[in-house]
Ligand binder design. Structure first.
Ligand code: HEC
Length: 271
């Protein structure tokens, strides 16, 4: 009932159910798994963003072909949720002991992510060894889990934050990724774009850029260059003086990554 009325309401505003029209999505655009279907049994697919989901989607089917049992490479066992947790979170890498395999809240410092991305400076090969690399979406799933504090159960208590998806985005586009789905309604007020020109900072008008949100988590900011010379574009999110961004639990975004709600996020692209 509630879903239908929400849909009609949004339909009235946007002339269509828009992105929410995908089947199997609830009113927040999340897949309708587990919640509210009365199925408390073990057949329920794991929630997105949890270790259970990483185990089911990545570690068991792919990595545990090698990372299993007592002879697992580097002693890293990924053959069950518990062994993955025990051998990843806050455990030093065997290859680079000054780094943790998973540093909760800090994807960039986590050796696991570097091995999945095939980053510069890793020892040995990109994982999964000798196979095609994981898709960007799968790697992002791992990143989100680490960003959210690498919880053993659930999606973690730390507030939703932003990780830059890629430094190599297409011209005219900045791509940001939230660690959990955010509320699309609060987005347009909570994002500002500024153009820099000879030391001046000019607020872009709404016609000069467009926002698009995929899966509630990936935001593309697409701007049109104005007709004056621009030295940099700045994207600001969650400026407390303007408007804050909410996630789907109605919690304010952690913009400055201090692991508490609130704070401004700024991303500047210079030309
Ligand atoms: C075909 C076998 C194989 C598969 C599949 C595989 N690995 Fe590995 N992994 C290895 C070997 C061998 C090493 C050590 C040599 C190297 O790094 O190249 C290793 C090393 C690692 C390390 C470094 C451990 C440390 O402590 O420094 C990580 C992290 C890792 N693998 C994660 C994964 C993940 C995650 C997957 C699944 C996406 C995966 N591996 C799939 C064989 C494999």
């Amino acid at each position: 009932m509630k879903r239908v009325s929400m849909c009609l309401l949004i339909a009235g505003l946007l002339a269509g159910c828009g992105a929410g029209s995908g089947e199997g999505l609830d009113e927040q655009g999340l897949p309708q798994s587990g919640n509210g279907n009365g199925n408390g049994g073990n057949d329920t697919p794991p929630e997105p963003g949890t270790l259970a989901q990483l185990q089911a989607d990545i570690f068991s089917p792919i990595c545990a072909q090698c990372h299993t049992g007592g002879a697992a490479p580097e002693g890293l066992r990924l053959d069950s949720e518990q062994s993955s947790y025990d051998s990843l979170v806050n455990q030093p890498s065997g290859q680079q002991p000054s780094l943790l395999r998973v540093a909760p809240g800090d994807p960039e410092a986590s050796y696991l992510l570097r091995k999945l991305e095939g980053a510069d400076g890793i020892d040995g090969g990109q994982m999964p060894l000798g196979m095609s690399p994981l898709s960007a979406t799968r790697i992002a799933q791992v990143r989100d889990w680490i960003e959210n504090g690498a919880p053993r159960e659930g999606v973690g208590e730390s507030p939703t934050s932003i990780a830059l998806q890629s430094h190599l985005s297409e011209p005219g586009v900045a791509t940001l990724r939230f660690s959990r789905p955010v509320s699309a309604e609060s987005l347009s007020d909570a994002v500002q774009v500024y153009f820099h020109n000879d030391g001046q900072r000019v607020l872009a008008s709404p016609e000069q850029y467009a926002l698009s949100l995929q899966d509630g988590q990936q935001l593309r900011v697409h701007w049109h260059r104005p007709d004056y010379p621009v030295t940099a574009v700045e994207v600001v999110v969650n400026d407390p003086a303007v408007a804050t961004l909410l996630d789907q639990q109605h919690r304010v975004l952690d913009g400055d990554r201090d692991r508490t709600e609130g704070g401004l996020f700024r991303h500047e692209i210079s030309f």
